[in-house]
Design a protein around this ligand. Sequence first.
Ligand SMILES: Nc1ncnc2c1ncn2[C@@H]1O[C@H](COP(=O)(O)OP(=O)(O)OP(=O)(O)O)[C@@H](O)[C@H]1O
Length: 712
Amino acid sequence: MPSRPFPPTNPTKTKALFLALTISACVVIFCSILYFLYHLWHSLVHRAKTIPFDASAPLKLQRFSYKDLKQATNGFDTANVIGKGGSGTVFRGILKDGKLIAIKRLDALSLQSEREFQNELQILGGLRSPFLVTLLGYCVEKNRRVLVYEYIPNRSLQESLFGDEGMSLSWESRLCIILDVARALEFLHLGCDPPVIHGDIKPSNVLIDSEWRGKISDFGLSRIKVEGEFGVDLFSQDLGRSQDLWKSQELSGNLTNLTAETPAIGTPIESVSEVDFALALQASSSSKNSRTCFNVKALNLNSLNYNANIASETEIRSVNAKGKEISALDRDDWNGKFFPCDDELSSIDYSKELTVSASPLVDDEKANGKQWGKDWWWRQDGSGELCSKDYVMEWIGSQICPSNADWDDGKNNVHAKVELENSSPKDKDHDAIAPQSQVFGIGHNTTDNGVEKKESRGKKYHKKKHRKMQEWWKEEHLAELSKKTSKLKNLHTKWKKGLKVPHFDLGRRFYLCRRKKFGQEGENKCDQNGEFSFRRGWKKKSTRSIGSDMWSGDLFSRELSSTTSMRGTLCYVAPEYGGCGFLMEKADIYSFGVLILVIVSGRRPLHVLASPMKLEKANLISWCRHLAQDGNILELVDERLKEDYNKEQASLCINLALICLQKIPELRPDIGDIVKILKGEMELPPFPFEFSPSPPSKLYSRSRRKPKGTTE
Ligand SMILES: Nc1ncnc2c1ncn2[C@@H]1O[C@H](COP(=O)(O)OP(=O)(O)OP(=O)(O)O)[C@@H](O)[C@H]1O
């Protein structure tokens, strides 16, 4: 059968089909290219807004020789000491070219100091912003680790707020600093890629430059947030990488020594002695068994302990750092307006003698075999000598020293009574007046004509108050002493006898502080800048509440926290950061909230006061929440400012702080919004009424009930 011929193909049709196919292919290719280009452009534009943060390639840092730095500081002369932190001493130095620098010489090499050194180099070393202190270089020689920063002349916010120059910060300066810190965090959280979490926002880590602008420093605890997940500890997370970085930086320090002295990096936490802050506190009021020593790898040497430590060395004098005049043009805008300049500030002499000499306290502690200092946490490992509770007691004690502004406030009416027999009649009389005198710095030294008239009435009142206080302490703390050991029984007896040693040794510390101030003229006061910093990384004792109020500053809360690896500073650290290591941006926001309150109020977050009248104010955060509930937040504003502040701005700041202090991290605003709110570009989000467990309500009711015959 003949085959059927194929039908003839239509060449025109084929051509058309080919053409159509070609055209559509071209269109597809063109669209793909367009799509690709768009994405390329988009990612470029997006990335341009952030600093590509490559920890392995930090900005070029100068490597200094130890000899040069020694020369710059006149042999690390104590006269050049400008501060001391948990990880080392900061000296002022002058380079050969005349440039002023700040030199942080880390304490004896340890895992912690190594980590902080690495963190500073790898994180801060790679960042440049006008809102961050600039790391200029480093020195690594043998076991020595030194960091070199730009010199910031007006010291830290901590010193400005609580130091001798406490009056120096005007409202405008405070606002400026709040905004500067917010911008610094904005840069870290949103301007860096990946974001950086500071992890230790607090006044001593905010330095104030010659133009009264705030710069944040101390990246020893900071974290790089990797892959949008958790904040990661650069050094501990990946030893191999860190060591590569270490090598890549040609940091030829002797790490063998380090590993010989300390657990190997990456050693599981369990292998290190354990610590528990909650137990530390409980230990101070419970059985002898609980005196088991904890390895508290934390120390803020700015505290009283620091005084004790350095007292044994020599007198320390700080540099004279002259604050410059503020120019209105230099100030940041607030709601689009320039802040007025504060001319008064121009004449402030920021010189401050850090002269420290052996004090009765120091002697006392030495006598007790307690040597507070950079190495005490090493010494107590297994020694049974010193427990975290002592450490906590020291810190709390330092909060009620006479130099504490709030203490000044309270001492007029209470402290002599706490000591009872130790008070002079003069003191008692003095205490009797103006029990509610809230004038910082001036009230307590001035004599009033009405004093004598009020004397007897005041004494009556005072006795009543003393009794109240006694009752309160008993109720609050002696119950906890039920599991008595012989020592605690002793303590109880002392308490009954004369209140000298109440809970947490407050009385003892109090007593010592007071003795120093009133008994030993010329003796320096207790620490003014103390904070309880967990720089050394606390180790796990047991796992319990994350989000306890202990960390959020609610010291009087019944709940106590247990931590795994605590870092940060007491009262500033976010409640959710129970030391599990996952540090997120919202933890910085929380700390920023505390910082705002501290700046606005001029108070520390936790003022342990001897007076029941003042207990409601002891915890700044709780107090603020209560004021907010009462619709009276402006009561929180630093009284030293008198009327020289803008009420609207103050309300905004306090409300913003409360929003930042929400316990649920997700509810806290992000830093971009915070900056907008501070600049007046955005409204405050709806105000949440989140009230934490507060001091027992009876305290409030008591303190608000004014005794008859007393004047406010
Ligand atoms: N670049 C600097 N310029 C001027 N002074 C500085 C500089 N860096 C630090 N200081 C001073 O040294 C003090 C100690 O700083 P450092 O960062 O070592 O510790 P800290 O933040 O106070 O405490 P911790 O390390 O326990 O958090 C600061 O409070 C500040 O007064």
